[in-house]
Design a protein around this ligand. Structure first.
Ligand code: AMP
Ligand code: ZN
Length: 465
């Protein structure tokens, strides 16, 4: 398998740190608001990555954090804690806010068929690990205390900025007027706040430096090393994490251990709208429930995202999503027509498509090309329906479009008995030329989420997708 490593800016062969398992850490949501569909694009990319690694035969341990403290409204330690702000504005407690939006996030993940990480870790439950890491940095001479806060001194870590290819001298001279005069270097960042700008902060813990709360970046270093060890394989996030968040994570982790921390850095490009990047802080964003309320299925959005490579920007539009929804409907119908028999062992023609598919996904997750292989295979009359079904399910291990749950056309065993009774009643009404009755029954069938298709074998229900 080959993947693009942001650190080297090139596609590299994937060689895991250990033969036993692949350690993968993905920066999770900040739970002060709903995840927007831009955030979800990044989580879909990470899910496809995990599925592809598994498909390639690796055992993957996936850890994802939930940021429920410490993420300020500005990336450079300025502003207010996002959770506190959201709590103040809504009149709820920070803990209620965190629970509400964490639950909403996992509902979205489930709807998108994103496999739940093996470990989901909340920042607020790992304060001890963060304090231990800050102590280690302090012992190594990487910190200083100013104005009551503990800072990381980037001048003690010469490789600072290697991920983002930051040119530090330029940055220094060109830096904007620094709001935090405690910083020795404008790029220094807070590890522990005791001098909260907001005295009534709800989330505070005792620490060797006084009662306070952690900086945003320390949670990912502390929790990833706690669950995956001091060196692991892959760390992911959206590209906006490169210049500050991931840069600071690397500084903290590698300054503490004195060795390389993460082998491969992978970043998902943005989902954009006509107005530019979709962001939570701008307040203008679309959520999955909003798309669902417009009649889309969450999987339509997954399909839409798979149609673009994760390293290219993707522009969202309702027309684009409608196109994806129609394509997915066509895919579902095509698979339903293949019947219910899956080959035990596919023939050479199907195998060739499966290999072609693997070639694309194992080459830095080329999902758009992989999707066209799926379509070509399904259209190929030289491949038996049972082989096509086998190959579609094989490919879906990576794509995650729930293709294995599509019932064959006309298969009544999966349908609710009331539905089958209604269909029988409709047939009877039609035979008796009672058209009004037949139409009324059809309306009830539609209400249940089905339509009726008349086939040579008689009428069969079709689930609306
Ligand atoms: P947050 O909840 O703000 O911490 O963001 C969760 C994830 O979404 C992070 O990995 C971000 O880098 C990513 N992200 C933020 N905005 C976008 C966007 N417009 N498109 C794709 N990913 C994004
Ligand atoms: Zn992180």
């Amino acid at each position: 398998m080959r993947i693009y490593n942001t650190m080297s800016r090139s596609v590299e062969d994937f060689k895991p740190v250990s033969d036993e398992m692949v350690g993968m850490y993905t920066c999770g949501p900040t739970v002060y608001n709903y995840a927007h569909i831009g955030n979800l694009r990044t989580f879909i990319f990470e899910d496809v990555l995990k599925r592809t690694l598994r498909h390639a035969g690796y055992k993957v341990k996936h850890v994802m954090n939930i940021t429920d403290v410490g993420h300020l409204t500005g990336d450079g330690d300025e502003g207010e804690d996002k959770m506190e702000k959201s709590a103040r504005e809504s009149g709820k407690s920070v803990w209620d806010i965190a629970k509400f939006y964490t639950d909403a996030f996992f509902r979205d993940e489930e709807a998108l068929n994103i496999i739940r990480p093996d470990v989901v870790c909340e920042a607020t439950k790992h304060i001890d690990q963060m304090i231990a890491l800050i102590k280690r940095l302090e012992e190594g001479g990487h910190t200083y205390i100013a104005g009551g806060n503990v800072y990381f001194s980037i001048d003690t870590f010469p490789q600072y900025g290697s991920l983002a290819k930051l040119k530090l001298e330029e940055l220094k001279s060109g830096a904007r007027i620094e709001v935090d005069s405690n910083k020795r270097n404008p790029k220094d960042f807070v590890l522990w706040f005791t001098n909260s700008k907001f005295g009534n902060q709800a989330m505070m813990w005792d620490s060797p430096w006084g009662r306070g709360y952690p900086g945003w970046h320390i949670e990912c270093s502390a929790m990833s090393m706690y669950y995956l060890g001091e060196q692991f394989d892959i760390h992911c996030g959206g590209i906006d994490a490169i210049p500050v968040h991931h840069t600071n994570e690397i500084a903290q982790s590698e300054a503490a251990t004195g060795k390389q921390w993460v082998k491969y850095w992978m970043h998902g490009e943005f989902l954009i709208t006509e107005k530019g990047k979709m962001s939570k802080s701008s307040g203008e964003f679309l959520t999955l429930p909003v798309l669902e309320s417009k009649g889309f299925n969450a999987l339509d959005y997954r399909y839409f995202c798979l149609g673009a490579h994760y390293r290219t920007q993707l522009q969202f539009s309702i027309e684009g999503l409608t196109g994806a929804a129609n394509a997915r409907k066509g895919l579902v119908e095509r698979i339903a027509r293949l019947g219910g028999t899956v080959s035990a062992k596919p023939g050479d023609a199907a195998r060739a498509y499966m290999d072609e598919f693997d070639g694309f996904v194992f080459d830095d997750l080329a999902t758009p090309k992989a999707m066209s292989v799926l379509w070509n295979m399904l259209k190929d009359e030289n491949v038996s329906p049972a082989d096509r079904l086998y190959a579609a399910r094989y490919m879906d291990r990576v794509l995650g479009l729930k293709l294995d749950q599509i019932r064959p056309e006309g298969d009544s065993s999966e349908f609710p008995p009331e539905l089958m009774e209604l269909i029988e009643a409709r047939t009877k009404a039609k035979k008796e030329k009672n058209w009004a009755e037949a139409d009324a029954i059809r309306a009830r069938i539609e209400e249940m989420g089905y339509s009726v298709k008349d086939t040579p074998q008689g009428p069969v229900p079709v689930k609306k997708v």
